[in-house]
Design a protein around this ligand. Structure first.
Ligand SMILES: [Zn+2]
Length: 383
């Protein structure tokens, strides 16, 4: 991109500009390379929560850390349920560590059921919601008991999902990892032995990355990592709180952190206000008993009475055992969201409805979990 400045002290490092997704997107992938293209052996795109999908080049494969931890614990054969191409890299990493891994398309879950006994899988990897769905498809109890390790990634495991997962796979030890395609490395990990098991808690992976906190957001820098485009002070979009533990029960010493959600990428600016998805998710927690932890927010705009009007359509999955009729539930949810959703420090959705910039929100119940997404509760966003 530009010639690199000389940095020899931490103070100088901290003066380097922060790199965000928007800046990355101004440069074509090839322009970002700092090695010849022939030295690149892996190209990945990320899921693109900011609306664009930047490509990242790597010189050698990453993601070895999680594989090593699993193999040390005794894992040997893994089924990876994931829809994105970049996990192909995991197969190579897993193999190098002694783990035999097969990637399965989450869109075809029922077809993969026989594979569990056929390959004598002892490990399943994927998002908590997908693993739960898959587990529920395993009618044969032996298949479920075969699974000794669950590797969770892609979304935080909500308490209800985790409880259900433990019931479905009673012998499985649960490992959480937090990684980003663009880093090519695990950023954080939590093992079954860790002191804390709450969903956002991770130990910082000490290998290959330097982490900073800037205004509550996690910034990462590659250190000696074999990437063809090292990221420096990269704004991850994840909000964190640092926690410093002297020593965890699992043996980890050093820094741990808590992910508290996504930063400002999860909003839509519309009709002069900001619609934050985490605000909506927060309001829906009071319906946890009746709802599955998934939400798609669709924002539709139309012109009415020469005024642009915006409608929020909340797409939700009701739990089978929900006691209320869905119509009544929809009404209650609409009421809570209209009255309480904040669109700015001083504006609530109610004010915008009164001013006829927004209509009342609509609730649409979906029949099943959105398996085609790695939604961490509130990620399925359509416009
Ligand atoms: Zn630990």
């Amino acid at each position: 991109m530009t010639s690199s400045p000389n940095v020899s002290t931490y103070d100088e490092f901290q003066k380097l500009p922060i790199l965000d997704r928007a800046t990355l997107n101004q440069f074509s992938p090839v322009d970002r390379l700092c090695t010849p293209i022939s030295a690149v052996d892996d190209i990945r795109s990320t899921s693109g929560t900011s609306g664009q999908m930047p490509l990242f080049y790597f010189r050698t494969t990453g993601y070895r850390h999680m594989a090593r931890v699993l193999v040390q614990a005794g894992a040997r054969r893994k089924i990876y349920l994931w829809g994105y191409q970049h996990v192909i890299t995991h197969v190579e990493n897993d193999r190098l560590e002694g783990l035999q891994t097969v990637i399965c398309d989450p869109q075809q879950l029922p077809q993969h059921v026989p594979l569990v006994s056929a390959m004598k899988a002892d490990t399943l990897a994927g998002t908590p919601s997908l693993l739960l769905l898959f587990g529920q498809l395993l009618d044969n109890i032996d298949d479920r008991l075969r699974i000794r390790f669950l590797e969770l990634t892609g979304e935080p495991g909500r308490p209800q999902t985790m409880m259900a997962l433990r019931q479905v796979f009673p012998l499985a030890k649960i490992y959480h990892h937090y990684a980003m395609g663009e880093m090519g490395l695990e950023t954080g990990i939590r093992t079954p032995k860790c002191d804390r098991q709450d969903s956002g808690y991770f130990h910082l992976n000490p290998e290959g990355i330097f982490a900073e906190e800037h205004k509550g957001e996690l910034l990462l820098t590659h250190l000696n990592t074999p990437t063809a485009f090292p990221l420096i002070r990269y704004k991850t979009g994840d909000r964190i709180n640092w926690l410093r533990h002297d020593r965890c029960q699992c043996g980890h010493e050093g820094i741990s952190f808590e992910l508290s959600g996504r930063s400002n990428v999860d909003f839509v600016r519309i009709a002069g206000v900001e619609l934050r998805y985490d605000e909506i998710a927060g309001l829906l927690t009071q319906f946890d008993d009746a709802l599955e932890p998934y939400l798609a927010v669709e924002v539709s705009e139309h012109i009415s009475d020469a005024k642009q009007q915006v409608t929020l359509i909340l797409k939700i999955v009701a739990k089978g055992a929900a006691t209320l009729g869905t119509e009544q539930l929809a009404e209650q949810i609409c009421g809570v969201v209209s009255q309480n959703l904040k669109l700015s420090a001083t504006t609530r959705l109610k004010d915008m409805i009164d001013a006829r910039y927004f209509t009342s929100p609509k609730v649409k119940f979906l029949p099943e979990l959105p398996v085609s997404t790695k939604a961490p509760g509130i990620r399925l966003v359509e416009r």
